[in-house]
Design a protein around this ligand. Structure first.
Ligand code: ATP
Length: 455
């Protein structure tokens, strides 16, 4: 699974299909669309917001609440600019920028294929690459001069390093332990395309796992597997995923080794998550620049040491895009096209839709809806024919629909319809919550153990 030509399987949908579904159904809108948009900025609509919450929630449970050795923080987006000098971002966080001398388009050198300008088609008309720093900056305070220059963080990671000592002391953590954070990051990306895959404002979920240097290689392997397990838990199909080790020339300035979890997007393999071995780079740098010792006292050996760090880092937006691609399917049912998003129940924006067969039975249907709302992300939908409502729920990935019909008053039962099999079963209202739980469990992806994953 680690070679460049790893197993691939085509995604069903192309980018255009996903962009159009995302807008039509209220997942993602172009930002400021009424003003003509704003390059690479997107606004999340009602369903996108629910999905993002579910993705964050799943990650937080997996990485923090489900473990004893990881705790969370939320650090400031704009903080002391010395952080970014110490971390190396002021000096090294650059992409190679080339300009087409024919049309003046500015492009990332490593994104130019066959020396051809994607804007005007000119061949070999590029300037030599120069370093372009990707940090976005602003001026903080009332005086608009360089003394107030500060950066919008380009990664959440540094918030964990500068708080290493605070967290360790407050929480009395012993190695190995991790600090996790979810939050927005900003990068002045040169090339922005492919929808929400690469934007200038995005959200990251990162964890810094501090450990004894001699344990670090083993823990790097552990986290690669553990992170793959999380992606499987979201239902991403294994044939769309692979792990790829960075080549030496690709490694970031801080990295001793990085593996990417890659996805087979319609435009080729692309990074979904990076799992880096950052060594002692960050703690050492911050110690030197701040003058504050960032070491760990090992009570077993009575010695101070600088822990090494393993960092899994993934973007909320990229996970959302990946899930839309991976879950999308088109089928022909009774001569008609059915579009279905096979999202895992934990991720789907709506888990159960309550559909009255006719508006006449609204009171009973509302009663059922009210009974389900405390337990599930439920939606009430009574517009248009029942067939169209099923199709609409299929298209937004709702795993189960509960249909309330004219018989419900008499037999005290409703029909559960499953998104994937389209099977319908009659269930008594008395046991409805348990019956829904059981079906959602059955639709929840099975996660392989570490032993079952070979990397
Ligand atoms: P790339 O090579 O694609 O520019 P990177 O290697 O610089 O990405 P990291 O610094 O490893 O990315 O960031 C960790 C994760 O954050 C990425 O795997 C991705 O999921 C997300 N991410 C990074 N940059 C962006 C961006 N511009 N837009 C959306 N998500 C991003």
């Amino acid at each position: 699974m680690t070679d460049d030509t790893g197993p691939a399987s085509e995604m069903t949908a192309d980018l255009e299909t996903i962009v159009s579904l995302a807008k039509r159904r209220g997942f993602v809108f172009p930002s400021a669309e009424i003003y003509g948009g704003f390059a690479a900025s997107y606004d999340y609509g009602p369903l996108g917001v629910e999905m993002r919450r579910n993705i964050r929630e799943s990650w937080w449970r997996w990485m923090v609440q489900g473990r004893d050795d990881v705790v969370g923080i939320e650090a400031a987006i704009i903080s002391n600019p010395r952080i970014w000098v110490a971390s190396g971002h002021v000096e090294n966080f650059t992409d190679p920028l080339v300009e087409c001398t024919n049309c003046q388009a500015r492009l990332r050198a490593d994104h130019v294929e066959e020396n051809t300008c994607p804007s005007c088609g000119a061949v070999g008309k590029f300037t030599d690459p120069r370093k372009f720093n990707m940090m976005l900056s602003t001026i903080v305070g009332p005086v608009a001069d360089e003394s107030g220059r500060a950066f919008l963080r380009p990664e959440t990671a540094q918030g964990m390093f500068v708080n290493f000592d605070n967290v360790q002391t407050a929480m009395r953590k012993r190695l190995p332990f991790g600090i996790a954070q979810i939050g927005k990051s900003f990068r002045n990306e040169i090339t922005v395309k492919q929808f929400i895959f690469r934007t200038r404002e995005f959200e990251q979920m990162e964890m810094e796992y501090f450990c004894h240097p001699e344990q670090s290689m083993e823990l790097h392997t552990y986290w690669k597997k553990e992170r793959l397990r999380w992606h499987y838990s979201l239902g991403i199909r294994p044939q769309h995923l692979r792990l790829r080790d960075h080549r030496p020339e690709e490694l970031s300035h801080y990295s001793r080794g990085t593996s990417d979890v890659e996805v087979h997007y319609p435009w080729g393999w692309g990074e979904l998550e990076g799992i880096a071995h950052r060594g002692d780079y960050d703690l050492t740098q911050h110690s030197e620049h701040s003058g504050k010792k960032l070491t760990y006292f090992d009570p077993d050996t009575n010695q101070h040491l600088v822990p090494h760090v393993i960092e899994p880092a993934v973007g909320v937006d990229r996970v959302l895009l990946t899930l839309l691609f991976d879950a999308y399917a088109e089928e022909v049912v009774e001569g008609e096209k059915r579009v279905v998003l096979r999202l895992a129940p934990a991720i789907a924006p709506v888990t159960v839709a309550v559909l009255p067969l006719s508006k006449k039975i609204e009171p009973k249907a509302r009663e059922v809806y009210d009974a389900l709302r405390p337990h599930f992300r439920a939606q009430y939908d009574d517009s248009q024919s029942i067939g169209r409502r099923y199709r609409r729920q299929d298209e937004i990935g709702t795993p189960l629909c509960v249909t309330v019909d004219f018989e419900t008053e008499n037999d005290g039962a409703v029909t559960i319809r499953e998104r994937d099999s389209m099977q319908q079963i009659r269930v008594p209202l008395a046991g409805l919550v348990a019956a829904i739980r059981e079906r959602l469990d059955a639709l929840t992806p099975r996660v392989p153990s570490h032993d079952e994953i070979s990397i």
